[in-house]
Write a protein that binds this ligand. Structure first.
Ligand SMILES: [Mn+2]
Length: 467
């Protein structure tokens, strides 16, 4: 029996379009919805000797983009309403999934991420299944990974200290909710979600690019501080408390991400990013920035010229402070240790293909000795929009870098985001004969070509098709 498994992730479906028809809180605009629906309709129809499975490996929808904005929608009725609103704004995708499952007999596996944990609550979960079925549908939560023979698939957030879900706590919430009993203690919002709702969302009116910075971790702190965000210190403190209080709740069976070699809690990078953020919020010209943080909540674009200049200087410092993180973002064969270390551990346990999402950056990294195609680590990338900072910003020559940044920020402030913002949808495809892996790679959805760094740069810099 042949099986082809397609894996996509990080759709972040949700958010209402703005009143003027622009994207508003959507990072998955209508055009990409059409592409995704076409992709799903193109998937092979299963036959007696060839099965076809689609796995959507987390961050399917984005509850953080739905008003009223909160880091976790604890009230299941509210979560349900948000899900209905998401269905209404992204109907072509759900219609295509339903055709695949119900009309064509395709197998669909849904996995929980970190922006869609409310999907696991009893009410929303039933809503989701009703929208898609009947048919062969699995919904995987409670921190289980998906294993198909020697293929391991997971969202990848459990290795990210800002966005790992305390699944033990989430399971207790569900157990209470299913009996309509009061939930105590309340489910703790994730630090990454607090960062989105408390720090980044208020910046969106003036700096719509802010929600393209993924995943939400310490790297966003200096940028937010540079843009005059309030609440950076609060979120940092919350992060520290959260780690101490909930570390035991990540994986009840093995305690795995409590293992400091796997999860990057309190790492040097986190501390350095926070220090830089503090520095930017307190120091010199940028000091005026925070003092005027309230301007952000008032009329959009009411930011004065001298504040704007201060913010640019601070933003330049913030971006330059993250050079090492950004440099390899679009190199498809370079992945952070945060994800490679656990992927290697899974390879050592016998898996030949390890697939994560979450980072929004498509990758293919060989885990074997030499050039053997297996074992391999794949990252599915994202169908949500990506933002590329122009290369010149990283130039060793500061004058060139500053100049490039000036132009970049000009565009961002004028909401000419289209020049820097692209959807470059990707998917992983794994072909199996029984348990034997015949092929495993990540492809561009636009032309089905295997990903390459050159191809990715070409897609990112292509003339905007959004405009
Ligand atoms: Mn995620």
């Amino acid at each position: 029996m042949h099986t082809t498994i397609y894996v996509i992730s990080d759709l972040h479906l949700g958010g209402a379009p703005a009143a003027d028809g622009s994207r508003g809180f959507q990072i998955f605009p209508a055009k990409t919805q059409g592409m995704l629906a076409a992709f799903i309709d193109r998937l092979p129809t299963p036959s007696v000797d060839h099965d076809c499975r689609l796995v959507i490996a987390g961050d399917i929808v984005d509850f953080l983009a739905e008003p009223p904005f909160e880091a976790f929608s604890a009230d299941p009725a509210v979560a349900r309403q948000k899900l209905q609103s998401i269905f209404a704004h992204t109907a072509p995708v759900w219609d295509a999934l339903r055709r695949f499952v119900k009309d064509r007999g395709g197998a669909l596996t849904l996995m929980l991420g970190n922006h869609d944990i409310e999907l696991s609550l009893p009410g929303p979960r039933q809503c989701l299944l009703d929208r898609l079925g009947p048919g062969r549908i699995d919904f995987i939560y409670d921190n289980e990974a998906c294993a198909y023979g020697r293929v391991l698939i997971e969202h990848g957030n459990r290795f990210d200290a800002w966005n790992a879900v305390p699944h033990g706590a989430l399971r207790r919430v569900r157990s209470q909710l299913s009996r309509r009993l009061p939930v105590a203690p309340a489910f703790p919002a994730l630090p990454g979600s607090r960062l989105v709702v408390d720090v980044m969302n208020p910046l969106k009116a003036d700096y719509p690019f802010i929600d393209l910075l993924k995943p939400e971790d310490a790297g966003a702190l200096p940028i937010a501080a540079a843009l005059g965000a309030v609440g950076v210190r609060d979120v940092w403190q919350f992060f520290g408390q959260f780690r101490r209080q909930w570390a035991v709740d990540y994986d009840e069976a093995t305690g795995e991400p409590a293992d400091q070699t796997l999860i990057s809690a309190g790492s040097d990078i986190d501390q350095r990013m926070f220090d830089l953020a503090e520095d930017l919020a307190a120091g010199g010209a940028a000091g005026q920035v925070s003092a005027l943080g309230d301007a952000l909540k008032g009329a959009a674009n009411a930011v004065q010229e001298h504040v704007r200049a201060a913010r640019r200087a601070a933003l330049y410092k913030a971006l330059r402070g993250q050079l090492s993180v950004h440099r390899n973002a679009f190199a498809i064969d370079k992945e952070q240790g945060t994800y490679l270390v656990p992927a290697r551990r899974s390879a050592a346990a016998g898996f030949e293909v390890i697939v994560y999402g979450h980072t929004h950056l498509a990758k293919r990294v060989g885990l074997g000795d030499g050039d053997t195609p297996l074992p391999v680590y794949l990252n599915t990338g994202t169908w949500a929009d990506l933002m590329r900072v122009p290369d010149e910003v990283w130039e060793p020559d500061e004058a060139i870098g500053r100049d490039a940044l000036e132009r970049f920020v000009d565009d961002l402030e004028r909401s000419k985001l289209d020049r820097w913002r692209r959807a470059v949808p990707t998917y992983a495809r794994i072909d199996l004969d029984g348990d034997a892996v015949l092929a495993a790679d990540v492809h561009f959805a636009a032309d089905d070509a295997p990903i390459s760094t050159e191809g990715l740069m070409r897609h990112l810099s292509a003339e905007s098709s959004h405009a």
